[in-house]
Design a protein around this ligand. Structure first.
Ligand SMILES: [Zn+2]
Length: 295
């Protein structure tokens, strides 16, 4: 399998979740082996997609150093993972990605509009060879060997609509579009009110998140899936693993993981040189099965 980029430049403008301002996003094709690069347009700062460049993980995954950083990259990155994009220039006119509808579906549509093209260089993938695990306050995230990408997530919220949810997901591009891409982020009214009091989440609305009060979902249209919450956690985890810049061939499992724990998992993986191998797709990796999942 070869490296991929997009066929033509595309752009979209959407609201920033935190600033509440319109954010313009431009995607452009990039050369082989150049990776995914974010451009913070107002400062002309280039930020390479890699775990060392993640600087904050509290409310979202943030890349680059303030004030030239870009927040909430994870939903966009899950779409790059699903579309198997290796090389891309991502120019952002603001300090965060546009939130769109709070899921990855708009980014998938943008990539569809741009078209995906193969390039003349072999794709690299990260093959997990040994389990790597991080734990924090009862939360767990791990990566272990598997023949194709899998994501398992368990959450438990003391809330009547969420409760305990678990989802075991075998990745393929087509199943991502059907089962994961449309799952939206969610927030509790009490948290949003607090965040807005400190000038965060100013763009948050029922147009770009599932809103919950103490008892119920506030969105008049309801949920897109009964277990939309855990599906969104898988979407986040895929985006957070994509920070590694390559597709992972392995199984991710988590209990109540956060952006912070996902980030720590990528760092621990990179520190554990015996736990993974970067290989060219088509040499050591079993081709046939995997070509299908990215088709
Ligand atoms: Zn999210």
């Amino acid at each position: 399998m070869l490296q991929q980029t997009i066929e033509k430049s595309v752009e979209v403008t959407g609201i920033g979740l935190h600033s509440g301002e319109p954010i313009r996003l431009i995607l452009e094709p990039a050369a082989t082996d150049s990776g995914v690069r974010f451009i913070h347009a107002y400062s002309a700062t280039e930020i390479e997609l890699k775990p060392e460049n993640v600087t904050e993980t509290k409310l979202a995954t943030v890349i680059g150093r303030r004030p030239n950083s870009i927040s909430t990259i994870e939903h966009f990155l899950s779409a790059l993972y699903a579309y198997s994009i290796d090389n891309l220039k991502v120019t952002v006119f603001g300090n965060e990605m546009p939130v769109m509808d709070g899921s990855a579906v708009s980014f998938c549509m943008l990539l569809d509009e741009a078209g995906v093209v193969k390039q003349n260089a072999k794709k690299s993938v990260i093959v997990i060879k040994k389990e790597v695990k991080v734990e924090q306050d009862g939360k767990v995230a791990l990566l272990k060997p598997a023949k194709s990408p899998k994501f398992n997530f368990n959450i438990e919220f003391d809330h009547p609509v969420i409760g305990a949810q678990s989802f075991a997901y075998n990745f393929s591009k087509s199943s991502f579009i059907k089962e994961i891409a449309r799952a939206r982020t969610f927030g509790f009214l009490r948290d949003i009110q607090y965040l807005q009091s400190i000038n965060l989440a100013l763009g948050a609305s029922l147009e770009n998140a599932i809103g919950l009060d103490e008892h119920s979902v506030l969105n008049p249209e309801g949920l897109r899936f009964e277990n939309e919450f855990v599906r969104h956690k898988i979407l986040d985890a895929m985006g957070d693993m994509m920070v590694l810049g390559s597709t992972i061939i392995g199984e991710y499992s988590a209990v109540a993981s956060s952006h912070e724990l996902n980030h720590l998992l990528t760092l621990k993986l990179l520190e554990s040189s015996d736990a993974y191998e970067v290989v060219h797709f088509g040499t050591k990796v079993q081709m046939q099965e995997l070509t299908k999942v990215f088709a």
